[in-house]
Each structure stands twice: as structure tokens, then as C-alpha cells.
Design a protein around this ligand. Structure first.
Ligand code: ATP
Length: 499
């Protein structure tokens, strides 16, 4: 992981946010190559889920939302993590992270004090949350250390910390003039359900897909881009007839696993966690968490696939009592919309069930990079780092390299080849005229460029072999094979390789 983080900075994938002022924890900036990789991941997701299906619409809802949305969604009341303070140094931690990071014997002592087995960590955390006074004592007695100072802490009682970012809206700041930065993109889909149905004439089953930023004031952002405060999500809310939800849930689990595979994240590295009832989010009937085996971190959630029942539309609709809702929702006297759709068989208005595959773009990028990162020993004994990214994800598709940077003839031809390739719409093609071919190859191995095209003196008829005139060398990132290709055949050649 450390090597990957250093490559990300060195080669311009990811930088610390606000770095020149000392950085801001939990915020990252995507650099010249990071933005390409991120865009490619999002495009692959959009293609597969929107364009290649016949039952999906897209959406881009606003980030700042009316406080009523986040009130009726349940986030104001429940979107919180347990927080605990160390009185000795006034540092604040997320309770479960704090305990999880202790030595095994300390965790065992905490678990025993709470009457739970250390093997069942979620149960230990649940017990700590449910009994704050006992929890504080248990952590002190077990000698739970402060991760910052390394000393045994003087722990307060844990209490819930709401993770939503609140912001004022408009020029007057009073008790009413605030909204929230959305903590998930999902709510924008639910609040637009009626708009999409009315404007597209969709009938059940169908889905709405959205990619966008979400914000969570994580108590302890950590592990590079794994847990950040400003994140991006790729979410689908798939609306189906009640009773067909379980089938659709399985469908989406399968779809999503095969999508990850196509991005180079194999099934064998993903564990499917059928989330135990007591750990389910307030809206969930059942959830599968896809737990990817991140280097150093181990199995952590990359995507959640939840059956949200009729909870969300049921929470945001008016006339709740007439709609035969299954989920237990809070009363809503604020909504002005009835969020129903005709039942496909009876034609009676029904609040559909929702299956939600929700993946994090940042966590996807980290997994894709982790899988692609490869160290190889070459035949000559040298070591090379190579990112074996799937070509559709590579930030740069082709680097066109004039062998000598100060020879106008070579540079001009390289530029014209670059311009021709760029027109194919494959993604970014780079004119790499830094001069040193060895360094250029090394750099493009490290950033995952699938092909390098070199224009040399033979290409322009000034080399030793006249038969090579009007040909270029194409170097394959993975096999290192170099092939001489006619310029007139180059676009077709690369188009076939990169499709
Ligand atoms: P965790 O348990 O790791 O905090 P979560 O269960 O709160 O995650 P969800 O609410 O299910 O996450 O969000 C859906 C997806 O959004 C996650 O699978 C993850 O990929 C991404 N995600 C959530 N929180 C973060 C974060 N703080 N930083 C980066 N990605 C995140």
C-alpha cells in the first residue's frame, strides 16, 4: 500500500487536499492522471448500467439538499457513528475504529467486560454503544491506548456523532436557513422519482442511476482515499414491484460482481457479507456488502447492495397511511408529492421496493490500482513497476514518442500521429517529447499506458533500413513486445487493441 500511495503522488494520480497549507484531513485532490482514471471508472459504470440496459435512466441531482429531505430520510436522527474522547489529550475517535486497532488481548478484555466474544466484533461494538457508562469503564480497565499518544487513555462515555455537513443557504443566517451537503447521492433519486416517471413514462421495474459527490464528516478519516470526508458515489436505485425485490437483489449482486471483474477486480478477491440483522442500516431489509481484500487493510467494504424495501419512497411521500407501506416510516406532513406508480398487474398505485447497489468511486479507484500494481523482474535482472490496468481504464491510452526531442521532423510527425489517434475517441493520447526513450517507457509502465508509439529516424527515411520508412514501433506495456507497424495501418491496429 505504501508503495502505491507514493506512486500516486509521484506520478500525479492523487494529492493531499489543501496541501500547501498543511493539508486537510479526509480530503484528496485527483491529479492529471487521477482525474482520467476516475473518469474512466465512472464512464465504465455508466456504460454498463445505463447504456447497456433498457431499464435505466440517469440523473444528476444537486448536492445541497433541503433539510426536510434529510430529516424524512432518517439521516438527521440516525446517520451517526459512535464517538469517544480521551480526556487526557482531548483527542476524539470513532469508537469501533479505536477498539479494532488495539492489541488482541486488549480487545479480548473489552469484549469480556461487555459480556461478548471478541470473535463477534460487531456485537462488542453494539454492546459498547448500548451501555455508554459501562463502555467507558471497560475501555479504561482493559488499558485501551490512545492511537495518537500511545498511552492508556482516560475515556469518556461514547455518544453518537452525526456525520452530515450542515451549511447556511442564502444571505441571512437564521435557525431556518440551513441545508445539508448530501451524505449519499440516493436521496436525490428518491426526491426526483415522480419527475423521472412523469417525464419518461417508465413502468416497473426500472432504475435511476447517478454518479456524484457525497459528504460525510467522518470522525477518523484514514487509509488514504479509503475513508474520506468528500467522496464520490455511483448509485442505482432500482424500483421493482413488492414481492419481486428478493429476486432483483440477487440479480444485482451478480451484475455488480461481474462488473468488478471487468474492471480487473476479480471475484476471488471479494467476499460477500450478508449483513447480520442487528447491523443493518435503518432502511434496510437485507444488505450484501462486497468486501474487497485491500492490501494492508484486509477485507473492507467496496460496495453495498441493499434492499431498501419501500422505506425511502414511503418516507418521502404524502398520504402515507393510504398506501399500505411495509416499512416502518415516520409520519410525513411536509411532502407535497405522492410517490406511487401503477402496479404492473393491477394498475393500482403502489410504492415500489428499491434495490440499491451503491459503490464508492474512490474505493473503486483504490481497488483497481491495487490490482493493477505489479512489480516484475525483467530478463536482464532489472525490476520494473507496471500498472496493468485494463486498457479502457488506463489514464493515457497511447503515448507517441519522438526519439529525439530537438528534431523537428520527428516531433512534427509524432504530433500529427497523435492528432490522428486522438480523433478516434479512445481517450487521452499523449505526445511524450521529454527526450529520453528509456525514461519515457518506464514512466508509461508506471502509469499504465497500454501502448507506446515511437517515431524514429527509420520512420522518416533517415535510418539504416529503408524498408522501415513510414513505419513506427509499437511497444506493448504487458508483453514488452515491440512491433513495427505502418503508419497508414496504425489507427486500425490500435483501435482493435484498445476496444
Ligand atoms: P463504512 O462502513 O466503510 O463506513 P458505509 O457502510 O457507511 O461504509 P455506505 O453508506 O453503504 O457505506 O456507502 C456506500 C459506498 O460508499 C460504500 O460501499 C463505499 O464504497 C462508499 N463510501 C462510504 N463512505 C465512504 C468514505 N468515507 N470514503 C470513501 N468511500 C465511502
Amino acid at each position: 500500500m505504501e508503495e502505491l500511495v507514493s506512486l500516486c503522488k509521484r506520478r500525479g494520480f492523487i494529492f493531499q487536499g489543501s496541501e500547501i497549507y498543511g493539508g486537510l484531513q479526509g480530503f484528496y485532490d485527483y491529479g492529471p492522471l487521477g482525474v482520467e482514471l476516475k473518469n474512466n471508472i465512472k464512464a465504465a459504470w455508466w456504460r454498463s448500467n445505463v447504456y447497456e440496459r433498457d431499464d435505466m435512466e440517469g440523473l444528476d441531482a444537486s448536492i445541497i439538499m433541503h433539510r426536510q429531505v434529510l430529516r424524512h430520510s432518517g439521516h438527521e436522527a440516525t446517520f451517526s457513528d459512535p464517538m469517544i474522547d480521551n480526556r487526557k489529550n482531548n483527542k476524539r475517535y470513532r469508537l469501533d475504529h479505536l477498539v479494532k486497532d488495539q492489541k488482541a488481548d486488549v480487545i479480548a478484555k473489552v469484549a469480556a467486560a461487555m459480556g461478548e466474544s471478541a470473535e463477534n466484533f460487531p456485537a462488542v461494538v453494539a454492546a459498547l454503544n448500548a451501555n455508554p457508562a459501562q463502555a467507558s469503564q471497560a475501555l479504561k480497565d482493559a488499558g485501551v491506548r490512545d492511537p495518537f499518544s500511545g498511552e492508556v487513555g482516560d475515556w469518556t462515555e461514547p455518544k453518537p456523532f452525526n456525520m452530515m455537513f450542515k451549511t447556511t443557504i442564502g444571505p441571512v443566517a437564521d435557525d431556518e436557513s440551513y441545508g445539508y451537503l448530501r451524505p449519499e447521492t440516493a436521496q436525490g433519486i428518491f426526491t426526483n422519482f415522480k419527475n423521472v416517471v412523469d417525464s419518461t413514462s417508465r413502468r416497473l421495474p426500472f432504475g435511476i442511476a447517478q454518479i456524484g459527490k457525497a459528504f460525510r464528516n467522518e470522525i477518523t478519516p484514514r487509509n488514504f482515499i479509503f475513508r474520506v470526508r468528500e467522496l464520490e458515489q455511483m448509485e442505482i436505485e432500482f424500483f421493482c414491484t413488492p414481492g419481486t425485490d428478493e429476486e432483483w437483489h440477487e440479480h444485482w449482486l451478480e451484475q455488480r460482481l461481474s462488473w468488478w471483474e471487468a474492471q480487473g477486480v476479480p471475484r476471488s478477491k471479494i467476499e460477500i457479507l450478508d449483513v447480520p440483522k442487528e447491523d443493518l442500516a435503518h432502511y434496510s431489509k437485507r444488505t450484501y456488502d462486497l468486501m474487497y481484500d485491500y492490501p494492508t487493510l484486509g477485507h473492507e467494504e467496496i460496495e453495498g447492495i441493499a434492499n431498501r424495501s419501500d422505506y425511502d419512497l414511503g418516507s418521502h411521500t404524502k398520504n402515507q397511511s393510504e398506501l399500505g407501506l411495509v416499512a416502518n416510516v415516520e409520519e410525513n406532513l411536509d411532502s407535497i408529492a405522492k410517490l406511487t406508480i401503477p402496479h404492473p398487474e393491477t394498475n393500482k398505485p403502489v410504492v415500489p421496493f428499491v434495490i440499491e447497489p451503491s459503490a464508492g468511486v474512490d474505493r473503486a479507484l483504490l481497488a483497481v490500482l491495487s490490482e493493477a500494481f505489479t512489480k516484475e523482474t525483467l530478463e536482464n535482472g532489472n525490476e520494473r513497476i507496471v500498472l496493468k490496468l485494463k486498457p479502457h481504464l488506463a489514464p493515457i491510452k497511447v503515448a507517441v514518442i519522438p526519439l529525439a526531442r530537438n528534431k523537428a521532423e520527428l516531433v512534427d510527425l509524432a504530433r500529427s500521429i497523435k492528432n490522428d489517434l486522438q480523433k478516434l475517441g479512445l481517450g487521452r493520447i499523449l505526445l511524450e517529447d521529454s527526450g529520453n526513450i528509456g525514461k519515457a517507457y518506464r514512466r508509461h509502465d508506471e502509469v499504465g499506458t497500454p501502448y507506446c508509439v515511437t517515431v524514429d529516424f527509420d520512420t522518416v527515411g533517415k535510418g539504416e533500413d529503408a524498408s522501415l520508412t513510414d513505419t513506427v514501433t509499437v511497444r506493448d506495456r504487458d508483453t514488452l513486445a515491440q512491433e513495427r507497424v505502418k503508419i497508414s495501418e496504425l489507427t486500425a491496429y490500435l483501435q482493435a487493441k484498445l476496444k
